[in-house]
Design a protein around this ligand. Sequence first.
Ligand code: URA
Length: 263
Amino acid sequence: MQTALAHMDFHAAKALLDWQIELGADEPIGEAPVNRYEIAAEAPKPSAPAAPEAPVAAEPEADPVAAATEAAARAGSLEELAAAQAAFELCELKKGARNFVFADGNPEARVMILGEAPGRDEDMEGRPFVGRAGQLLDRMFAAIGLARTAHHADEALYITNVMPWRPPQNRDPDPAEIAMMLPFVKRHVELVNPDILVLMGNTPCAAALGKRGILRLRGSWTEAFGRPAMPMTHPAYLLRTPAAKREAWADLLDIKARLGELP
Ligand code: URA
């Protein structure tokens, strides 16, 4: 080619070049042969793939019981406790509930009732025990001279639940949900400081005593959070089982008698 080109005039050479370009030639042919396999071998290596990112330390799973314990311990008043519990984000029940249900009644009361969880009416209203079971509860305690509306501590009631959010379909709260609310319940009892605690149903017995089986537990004094506690059948159970009201009445009389004995 070199030799042939040497004898070509400029115009012939230009025409030949144009033709080669048209055929797809895109680089001049050098003097020496080129081994393209070597080139490929020597070709600069593609830049090394980016080093895998240093594993990002997985966000440690929040420990709901530890978080609740810390939040509850910081609360120095019922208002602060309510705010801390309402702001607690690690309980799934909160997402499905309409309202946060903290408490009702007189915080000076000598008797504090610990129920299970809000139902439909309580969730709508944001107050514990306002549905049919709540109305029965009011009548039961009125029979021994106690009311949530009373001003005097001796005649008053203070009412709360283990769970401040309604579980879907009113299912029982599960053990993990109870465990993460327990620090708030403990602090609640500490701040109210009642003489007597009434454990209304299985969930408060599970929370405060670590036991279930309300029909076995009811009617016998026990101790919860360092004070006398009486497990009682839940008023919702009494609505379904009127025959059990006799025993509930006996438990109420026992509470009244104990109030008389305590200083
Ligand atoms: N049952 C409960 O245990 N608590 C309520 O507030 C209402 C029904």
